[in-house]
Ligand binder design. Structure first.
Ligand code: PMP
Ligand code: GLN
Length: 381
């Protein structure tokens, strides 16, 4: 492994999911649902396969049906006006969108300010692009960003802000006021902003506001989302980027040489998913809101300190309340102790002290599975 990637090794999600399989534990670690998304969307994929749509290389920017559906979805939910031909790019999940965006926009040595705890691919992709990550630490209990610290973190080398709201792993959702302050700073300091909005439909308290909708941001924001989390098909790896044409074209240049294209038939199915009625989106969110309550209450009962998430399908806890000193060691021992797998937030921080005893649990699982997990966690010794 080269020097740029030496610190990354194996992602914690792979380690913890393998541990769950090996020990037969309930996997509340890696964030994927244990129930697939809507039947009609699955059928749409089958139809596309059978009808020979997408079985050969789709067009580089994505199939027109999906680009049109992405634009229509953004108009429906946020009143955004996006040109499907010049402002939408389909990617292999949000993961490729993040990689392509950073590879396209960063010069070696450029600084990228991002919230920590980071989603793990951010640090790796910044490194692959030769950039320098500059953390803005979100602190318990509410994980709100310190906007004065953000302002102070901007230097002459700052190229872009990499934002994630709803935020994985903490569940923090940026408010309109916070986003407005960030937008003002971006305009004042002439920064680009990349927004990872894969949990846009999973906000339980407050509302999801795309930064790109705020004054001055249309020309300087690269907005990323994906079908995995909104439609419970994380294996399909269909994501997308929307941005003003000059930015989008830069990202497309990089994307061409990463995967060129991907997920042909699934692109048609996701086009149909994006057009599902509002009731689908609210039903999906309300179902997860109930699971948030179930798991949060169970964890609190079991003695964890619980930081209530406003969005996403993760809940961050602190295990110091259980007398634990190290989240990674705790997560590695948890399967043996009670047959449950979780993810240590500590690996998502540069600041070792900040998240040392934080542990994340996913609640995108069937109710019975969560109940069983809660029971097991209650027996933790
Ligand atoms: N960003 C965040 C914050 C995530 O949690 C994830 C995982 N879904 C991704 C990006 C990657 O998304 P995808 O599976 O579409 O590549
Ligand atoms: N986004 C998911 C999570 O945070 C998993 C992503 C992955 O495995 N790379 O758990």
């Amino acid at each position: 492994l080269n020097r740029r990637l030496a610190e990354f090794g194996t992602t914690i999600f792979a380690e913890m999911s393998a541990l769950a399989v090996r020990t037969g534990s309930i996997n509340l670690g890696q964030g994927f649902p244990d129930t697939d998304g809507p039947e009609e969307v699955r059928e749409a994929a089958v139809r596309a396969l059978r009808d020979g749509r997408g079985n050969q290389y789709p067009p580089g920017p994505g199939v027109p049906e999906l680009r049109t559906a992405v634009a229509a979805h953004q108009r429906r939910f946020y009143g955004l006006d996006v040109d499907p031909d010049t402002e939408v790019l389909v990617t292999a999940g949000a993961t490729e969108a993040i990689a392509a965006t950073l590879l396209a926009l960063l010069e070696p040595g450029d600084e990228v300010i991002a919230f920590e705890p980071y989603y793990d691919s951010y640090a790796a992709c910044i490194a692959m692009a030769g950039g320098r990550r500059v953390p803005l630490t979100l602190r318990a209990p509410d994980f709100r960003p310190d906007l004065d610290a953000l302002r102070d973190a901007v230097t002459d080398r700052t190229r872009l802000l990499l934002l994630n709201s709803p935020h994985n792993p903490t569940g923090m959702v940026l408010s309109r006021e916070e986003l407005t302050a960030i937008a003002e700073l971006a305009v004042e300091r002439n920064l680009l902003v990349v927004t990872d909005e894969v949990y846009e439909h999973l906000v339980f308290d407050g509302e999801h506001v795309p930064l790109i909708s705020l004054p001055g941001m249309r020309e300087r924001t690269v907005r990323i989302s994906s079908a995995g989390k909104s439609f419970s098909f994380t294996g399909w790896k269909v994501g997308w980027v929307t941005a003003a044409a000059p930015l989008l074209s830069a990202v497309r240049s990089a994307k061409q040489f990463l995967t060129y294209v991907s997920s042909g038939p699934f692109q048609y199915a996701v086009a149909e998913a994006l057009a599902l009625p509002d009731a689908y989106f609210t039903g999906f969110r309300d179902g997860l809101a109930a699971k948030r309550e179930l798991l949060s209450a169970g964890l609190a009962e079991a003695g964890f300190e619980v930081y209530r998430p406003q969005g996403t399908y993760f809940v961050t806890t602190d295990v110091a309340a259980l007398g634990e000193k190290d989240a990674l060691a705790f997560c590695r021992s948890l399967p043996e102790r009670c047959g449950v797998v979780a993810v240590p937030n500590s690996v998502f921080y540069d600041d070792e002290k900040a998240g040392r005893t934080q542990v994340r649990f996913a609640f995108c699982k069937r109710t019975g599975v969560l109940e069983e997990a809660v029971e097991r966690l209650g027996r933790l010794t």
